[in-house]
Each structure stands twice: as C-alpha cells, then as structure tokens.
Write a protein that binds this ligand. Structure first.
Ligand code: BGC
Length: 502
C-alpha cells in the first residue's frame, strides 16, 4: 500500500565526500526554477488474458491516442543470479546472509526462486507475456569456484538456460557481474585489489567463449555506484565497510574491469554488443531558488550519476571518483544501460559536514513507493534518457520497477514510465529496449523478501507464482506494442486525463 512522505529511499550513501574540496562542482548543473515473509493476497489466478485491441476507444467522448513503440522494440524483464537462482553458497552475499543483523527479518536467499533447478518454468511465464527479451546474470562463484578453475557443468547449465530462452524467442542479455563475488576473490581483497581487474576480464573471456553461441548482448557490470556506496560507504552490503576513499577505488577498479572485459569480449566475439548498467537517480534541489540547494544537488549528482558517465564517455576521472586521464575507458561502450527507479531532493545543510553539507528529502506532496523506496517520479525516466543521449549510444532501460506487493501502484507506475519512455523515443532518443524489474518476486538484498518487485508474486511457502494485474497490463502493452486508450481505461482510468488530455 502506498504511503505519503516516508523518510528515506534506498540508501545510496551518506556523504562520501566530506573531506573534499568542493570547487570541482561545475558539471551538470541542477535544474533551475522553471526548468516476515508476507504472502501476497491480492493476486489473480495464473493465466494471462488475451490482448485488448489496440484501436478501441475508451468511450466515444474520450480523446483517442495510441502511443506506438518501434516495431523492433525489445520488451523484457531483468533479473540477477543471486536473487533468483538459490543455493549460491560460494559467494560473499551467502556468507553475509548467515550473519545476524545484515538482512531484514533475518531473511536468507536459500532456494530463492529455484532458477538453478528450473528457470525454465519462469521462462514459460515470460513467453506467455510475449516478452522478446530477458536480462539475466551469471554467477561468477559457480563458474569459477576456485581461481582459474572453471566449472564446465555450471557453464553447461547456463548454456541450457540461454538455449531455453532462444527456443522461446526471447533474446538474452547476460550480465557478468551483479553485486556478488566468489569467496576466493573476497579473500584476495575483492574489488579493492587491482588484480581483480584482470581476474574479471579473464572470467568474462571464459564466459563468452562458452556462451557466445547463444548470446551476443553483454552487460559487463551492474551499477558500480550502488555497489560502491552500499558496500563501502553505508556498509549495509558486504563487505560492510565505511570508507569513502575505498568506495571510489572500488568503483574505479570496476570501470577498468569493464573496459578490459569489453576488449576481451570483442576479441572472442567481434559481433558482440557490450555495455554497462548505470543506476541514475534524479537529485533535484529541495528549493530550486536557493543557490546553496542547487549547489548541494550538483555535488550529489556529480558524485552519484555523472562522474561514472564522464569517465566512460570522455576517458577522464573527475572528482570525487578520481582525477586525471582514464584512457583505457574510452570507446568501451556499444550501448549504455539505464537503471532508473526514483528521485530525491537535496538540501544544503551546514550541520551535515559528514554528508558534504547535503541532506536528502522528498517533496512534501510526493507519492512515495512502498518500503521506503523513494518518490514516484515517472518524468525522471525521460530526464535520464535525455541526459544519456549525449553519449551518442543506443540506450537500453536495463531496469525500472517498483516494490508493490498489493500491486496498487504498479499499473500506474508502468503506464506513466512507459509513456515517458515513449515520449523520449518520439524525441528520437535512441531507446532500443525496456527490461522491467522484475518477473517474479526475488531476494531483494538487505531487504530480504520484504520488497516485492515481481510482475508475478512468489509464495515463500510453496514457491508457487501468481500473476499480479500488472503482468496482464505489461502483456497487453507488449502484444499491441502500444499504450492504447483501452489499456489506460482498463488498468488505470485515473490516468486518462494525464495521458490523454482532451
Ligand atoms: C539492482 C537490483 C535490485 C533493484 C531493486 C537495482 O538497483 O540492480 O539488483 O533488486 O535495484 O532494488
């Protein structure tokens, strides 16, 4: 159930930049003014109804407009290995889950959604929705359980999964690193150790040699910024550190690993399309007229959103990520992935030296997402796409979704965000696909099973799935390749005036 005005969203870092000179704040100015394992109850039986006709008007008196998407558009869902596979006992997250106090309500991933045993049952569900794309990740600790030793059986299981997707006419996008690390890598210093860059590139090469027959769309690393902040600044993810300098070192190593993996992948598979998934959060000044708030928002934006983009785009480290040339990064993206969820407001606060004099808050009238997840802010998707367009690369929305067990917000979230994406496509921004987070409720890291992002609900007792209404909505949009007046009318009539102004 949605609530107004919750305190904070997913934590992306208290202030990591307290000791730093703030004079570097010049890029990306903020906009100025005028510019316990609950069970789901409200679920439908497991069947997806047929699509509604694209052209049917809502009613004779309503304006009729159908928002069409390009013919070759990719409609997908995104997942990550540890969140769905189960029994990933050889990685740092599994170890982290065993220690009391790390995961909400002491939840553990355990068998998760049992994808290691039977991902195919969920592939069938995806196929029933008529998805033509799926983003999933491979688990490094399964494939390389010991340094330099690759497990052929694990690679064969992934090959089987990718073949299973192809057989269902679903194009896979494979992520090589989505937050988890083999225990042996952690013992050797994890991402703090510069040698991890080479190790990741070696791993990437082996995966592409083994799986390249079934996949040519690769995402090297998921969200270096989120990984760095949550693990090394907030310390709420493994390795549970609180040291900003280390956080930026780790992010730099991840970007270098991305660049080296990019080259290894292309060496093995010249036709590969390789990118990285970047989490972007809209960070607007709390009071647009306040110069101090604008400056504070600029600091936060540079640190979280922009520094990584500048490094990848220009081959240059900028503070607070680093300083100086980063030539190795240049030309190492064939596309850019956008993970967008929400926005926050940023205020200057002279008492918050620790937070670089910034404080995060929400707009007083904002509709909030469940589970302290942040503000419902669809226009942020358009704004992020517009910003990424400067890279001159194809854009995939590699994640976008909402924790919403009772599905009372998701239909509106989907429709409004997809409408913003449609608008971006009309502006010729090169958005090639959309991967909703996610297909089935999965293990939500430090929030355990308490946040439910799935188009399908998952029973933790017997692992049964049931489609939420949003699954049917997404299927209708995919099957018509459009948002039609009737879809709006059926799933969120309250949006009629906003999406179909007369
Ligand atoms: C991560 C996912 C996570 C999702 C929802 C993203 O930042 O990539 O792993 O489940 O957010 O919180």
């Amino acid at each position: 159930m949605a609530k107004k005005r919750r305190s904070s969203g997913k934590k992306i870092g208290h202030d990591p930049f307290a000791d730093m000179d703030m004079s570097w704040i010049e890029e990306e100015p903020s906009p100025k003014p005028a510019d316990k394992e609950p069970e789901s109850t409200q679920v439908a039986p497991e069947s997806i109804p047929p699509a509604v006709p694209a052209t049917a008007p809502a009613s004779p008196s309503q304006p009729e407009a159908t928002f069409h998407f390009p013919d070759d558009f990719k409609w997908g869902v995104a997942t990550a290995a540890h969140q769905v596979e189960g029994d990933n006992t050889n990685n740092d997250w599994w170890a982290w889950e065993q220690e009391e106090g790390h995961i909400q309500d002491s939840h553990q991933s355990k068998k998760a959604c049992n994808w290691w045993g039977n991902a195919e049952a969920d592939f069938d569900r995806a196929a029933k929705l008529d998805l033509n794309a799926m983003r999933l990740s491979v688990e490094w600790s399964r494939i390389e359980p010991l340094p330099g030793e690759f497990d052929e059986a694990a690679l064969a299981r992934y090959a089987e999964m990718l073949q299973g997707l192809r057989a269902r006419a679903i194009e896979p996008m494979v992520t090589l690193h989505h937050f988890t690390n083999p225990l042996w890598l952690v013992d050797e210093g994890g991402w703090e150790n510069p040698e991890t860059v080479d190790r990741f590139a070696r791993f990437a090469r082996r995966v592409v040699e083994a799986l390249g027959e079934y996949c040519d769309l690769w995402c090297t690393i998921n969200e270096p910024n989120v990984y760095g902040y949550l693990g090394y600044v907030d310390g709420v993810w493994p390795p549970g550190k609180s040291d900003q300098k280390t956080a930026f070192l780790v992010m730099r190593h991840m970007l270098l690993a991305h660049a080296d993996a990019y080259r290894e992948i292309h060496d093995v598979q010249p036709s590969a399309r390789v990118g990285l998934a970047h989490n972007m959060r809209i960070l607007d000044p709390a009071t647009p007229n306040s110069q101090l708030d604008r400056r504070a928002a600029s600091v936060a934006d540079r640190a979280f959103n922009q520094a990584i983009l500048t490094a990848l785009d220009k081959g240059r480290w900028v503070l607070p990520l680093g300083f100086g040339p980063a030539w190795r990064l240049r030309g190492t993206l064939d596309w850019i992935g956008l993970n967008y969820y929400t926005r926050e407001l940023v205020a200057f606060d002279r008492t918050q030296r620790e937070s670089l004099y910034t404080r995060r808050l929400h707009a007083p009238d904002a509709e909030m997402l469940d589970g302290d997840y942040g503000e419902f802010y669809p226009h942020g998707l358009f704004r992020c796409i517009k910003r990424l367009d400067r890279l001159g690369l194809p854009i995939y929305v590699t994640e976008n979704g909402i924790p919403d067990d009772d599905d009372d917000q998701r239909p509106r979230y989907l429709l409004t965000h997809l409408h913003e994406m449609w608008h971006a496509i009309q502006m010729c921004y090169p958005v090639k696909g959309y991967y909703h987070w996610t297909l089935v409720d999965n293990f939500e890291w430090a929030e355990g099973w308490s946040l439910r992002f799935g188009l399908f609900s998952l029973s933790l007792k017997n692992k049964s799935r049931k489609p939420r209404q949003s699954a049917q909505l997404y299927a209708d949009i995919i099957q018509t390749n459009a948002i039609t007046p009737q879809i709006i009318e059926t799933y969120a009539p309250e949006l009629r005036a906003e999406l179909l102004p007369g």
